[in-house]
Design a protein around this ligand. Structure first.
Ligand code: FAD
Length: 380
């Protein structure tokens, strides 16, 4: 087969974002040593993982994603001893305003959320304004407050996973791009990079926005498992003078497509944009930045900034049904999908990493019905 003399691995993970890192963590925690993570950039977390809004929001209209967030929340609130130097989750709270029929629908979800263990408060319009006084009252009928949710320290989480995985034997190689996936008699058997080839029993596709391309490289049947990256933009700006925003929760307004949140030196906001694009180093678009300011004007005119401090964009990658894709490829044995994390890849990583490691080691998991996430759902 023309393989060179490089060592073989049990698992090669393509991509060192939060998905690849969490998988390496859970595999090594269960005793697997021979793991190689290949990352094309010079550092882990350079793409979606390093650009997120970093929120834990235990609310979702899709029950399986909600389930993964609930499992993730437990870990983020109580990581294993020694996992990180600092707390992973700051319970700064998530407040989401609603209007009209959506408000009725969300109120109907509350008993179910409470039964699942989510702390949730329903706030009247007045109660909402007492927490975030700058909101325009006509925009909402009430709000849902998740007081035990909030801001995730993504860097601490990413490096918590990686430190432990490396201590237990996983190897991380940055600046090495996977160019193709090697197969032999219908099985995946390694990868080829710019500098050589590696053998392995499993190849994990944790390539974020590039996962669709890696999947097509491995098993070129057009349209088999489609993943689309969508750009999302964030701007940061100073808080208005004499306004103490530090204790505000993260605030979302779904009808006006905007969220904003306190951050170290002021506030950040996103217009919740979703522009489909090819995988790339995403950059913010001027029009979208302007739109963010316009939305702020509608939701909270007092927050409209005179100047923007920073702006960035990242890609959120979704399967057509917007449910994550986790499991062995139905055709190419040994090729494992860990993709389509969409807008919830950070908060769900403790659950999804565990599920993926269970599936690789045991072929099954007790955390979820694996068929829900399986790439096999896209066949016929
Ligand atoms: C603006 C924004 C806000 C968000 N807000 C939240 C939030 O509040 N909460 C939340 O949980 N999630 C949020 N997300 C989503 C979250 O960031 C993603 O779901 C998550 O980071 C995806 O992680 P990943 O590891 O799959 O992808 P990535 O972090 O993109 O990692 C994939 C890695 O694979 C590497 N790679 C690709 N191809 C190759 C190759 N051929 N060879 C080697 N390496 C390769 C890439 O360089 C990259 O580092 C947000 C995302 C954005 C953009």
């Amino acid at each position: 087969m023309g393989m060179d003399k490089r060592p073989g691995f049990e698992v090669i993970v393509i991509g060192c974002g939060i998905a690849g890192a969490s998988l390496a963590y859970f595999l090594t925690a269960r005793g697997m040593r021979d793991i190689l993570i290949l990352e094309k950039e010079d550092q882990p977390g350079f793409h979606a993982t390093g650009r997120s809004a970093a929120a834990l929001v235990e609310l979702d209209f899709d029950p399986s994603t909600l389930h993964l967030k609930l499992l993730g929340g437990r870990f983020l609130r109580n990581p294993p001893q020694g996992f990180s130097d600092n707390p992973i989750l700051e319970k700064s709270g998530i407040l989401i305003t609603f209007k009209g029929p959506l408000w009725d629908q969300v109120r109907g979800m509350v008993p179910g959320l409470e039964r699942s263990g989510v702390a949730v408060n329903l706030l009247s319009r007045e109660e909402t304004l007492s927490r975030v006084p700058v909101l325009v009252p006509d925009n909402f009928d009430g709000a849902l407050l998740l007081p035990e949710d909030g801001h995730i320290d993504v860097n601490e989480l990413l490096w918590g996973y990686l430190r432990q995985a490396r201590r237990l034997g996983a190897r991380l190689q940055c600046g090495e791009e996977v160019l193709s996936v090697r197969t032999h008699e219908g099985r995946c058997c390694g990868v080829k990079t710019g500098t050589g080839q590696y053998r392995s029993r499993w190849v994990v596709n944790a390539a974020g926005a590039w996962a669709g391309r890696i999947g097509a490289l491995a098993c070129p049947v057009p349209g088999r498992i489609e993943l689309t990256p969508f750009r999302r933009t964030i701007i940061t700006f100073p808080a208005p003078e004499r306004l103490n925003v530090g204790k505000w929760p993260h605030v979302g307004d779904l009808s006006n497509h905007l969220y904003f949140s306190p951050e170290s030196s002021g506030l950040f906001a996103s217009p919740m944009d979703e522009d489909p694009m090819e995988p790339c180093d995403a950059r913010p678009d001027q029009m979208v930045v302007a739109q963010t300011v316009e939305r702020l004007r509608r939701v909270s005119p007092r927050l409209v900034p005179r100047a923007i401090s920073h702006r960035w964009a990242g890609l959120r990658t979704f399967a057509p049904d917007r449910i994550m894709v986790v499991g062995e490829d139905p055709v190419l044995k040994g090729f494992f999908w860990l993709a389509g994390q969409g807008g919830a890849g950070i908060e769900t990583s403790p659950a999804v990493g565990r599920i993926a490691s269970d599936l690789i080691l045991d072929g099954t998991t007790d955390l979820i019905d694996p068929r829900v996430l399986s790439p096999a759902r896209f066949m016929d």
